[in-house]
Design a protein around this ligand. Structure first.
Ligand SMILES: Nc1ncnc2c1ncn2[C@@H]1O[C@H](COP(=O)(O)OP(=O)(O)O)[C@@H](O)[C@H]1O
Ligand SMILES: [Mg+2]
Length: 319
């Protein structure tokens, strides 16, 4: 069963230059205890999508369902109850942690805000358990974020998200700011936690190699739209959208004996402000024909729960 379903979700921003379509008609669902990877270049709307789903910002249009219940227009007060179920882990743990608070205070804060510990003793015990769960040594209880490395700071972010026992977590580039050596440790922690606690993740990243192992399903975003959606295995085996093919071809191959052809994308990312009703990837696409510049493609199913938004996809999928 789906824990999260979103239907035709839009989030527009009014800017001096016009209406910016940050998220433009996105429909997707995330099964309980599974991970949906969301990939795409910087600025394609990944964070806005995650923030809108968990009500950090209101949608312009569309519906958000949580456990089958439509929560789109919940008042902030009614949403406070749901907030404990839906949490977010941010890219830059340093920017998202108050530098004046100690490790203990940072992890205790959400528990206190939602009154989830009855006494000081219970609070101390709960924070101790959480530190243990995310692998921060008890002796660091009174340390401050600037005294810790990036991996430990992200572990605090994870402990804060877990502290209120959520079932859904939006992980927004949680390892992008970390050294490669530490990335794997944090990813393993997230996977262990998912298994133990049956967590449902939306895992946002611009890095295809990170998303491969952690995701059950993947959405590829381009300028506010989901242009391809399928099982992770399927995407890495048979990417259909020219943009996904280009992203995948850009992953470095560790084996120097395998030659890999990098698909070049032409031109620049077009603007998400007042986009024309045509394929948004067309100006950069090596396969684009006239129809691509004239008509918005539909997200169509090509079998195997594999969805793609491309006028040329038949030709490409057979090649
Ligand atoms: N509060 C805001 N006001 C105006 N534009 C915004 C705001 N937040 C995000 N955007 C714009 O929305 C688009 C998507 O941004 P974002 O969701 O942060 O992308 P990503 O996370 O994929 O890098 C970008 O063009 C960004 O400039
Ligand atoms: Mg982002």
């Amino acid at each position: 069963m789906a824990l999260i379903e979103i239907k035709h979700l839009k989030k527009y921003f009014n800017t001096a230059g016009g209406t910016l379509h940050a998220v433009d008609d996105v429909t997707l669902s995330i099964e309980k205890s599974k991970t949906l990877g969301v990939v795409g270049e910087s600025g394609c709307g990944k964070s806005t999508l995650g923030r809108t789903i968990i009500h950090l910002t209101p949608p312009t249009a569309g519906e958000i369902l949580y456990n089958g219940e439509n929560i789109t227009n919940q008042s902030p007060k009614a949403f406070k109850k749901l907030r404990v179920g839906m949490q977010m882990i941010f890219q830059d743990p340093y920017a998202s942690l108050d530098p004046r608070m100690s490790v203990f205070q940072l992890i205790a804060e959400p528990i206190q805000t939602y009154k989830m510990a009855g006494s000081r003793q219970a609070l101390e015990r709960r924070v101790g358990e959480l530190m243990d769960t995310v692998g921060i040594a008890a002796r660091l209880k009174n340390s401050y974020p600037h005294e810790l490395d990036g991996g430990r700071r992200q572990r605090i972010g994870i402990a804060r998200a877990l502290s209120v026992n959520p079932d859904f977590i939006v992980c927004d580039e949680p390892v992008s700011a970390l050294d490669v050596s530490i990335q794997a440790q944090v990813l393993n922690l997230l996977q262990d936690l998912q298994e133990e606690r049956k967590l449902t993740y939306m895992f946002i990243t611009h890095d295809m190699s990170v998303v491969k192992h952690i995701s059950d399903e993947i959405c590829v975003m381009y300028l506010g739209q989901v242009v391809e959606k399928c099982a992770s295995r399927e995407l890495f085996k048979k990417p259909l959208h020219p943009y996904s093919q280009a992203l995948l071809s850009a992953i470095p191959v560790p084996n120097i004996h395998i030659e890999k052809k990098k698909i070049e994308m032409k031109g620049e990312l077009t603007s998400p402000i007042d986009p024309k009703p045509c394929c948004r990837f067309a100006p950069r696409c090596p396969y684009a024909g006239p129809v691509c510049f004239e008509q918005q493609p539909e997200l169509k199913c090509c079998g195997n729960e594999h969805y793609v938004m491309c006028h040329q996809v038949k030709e490409n999928s057979e090649s």
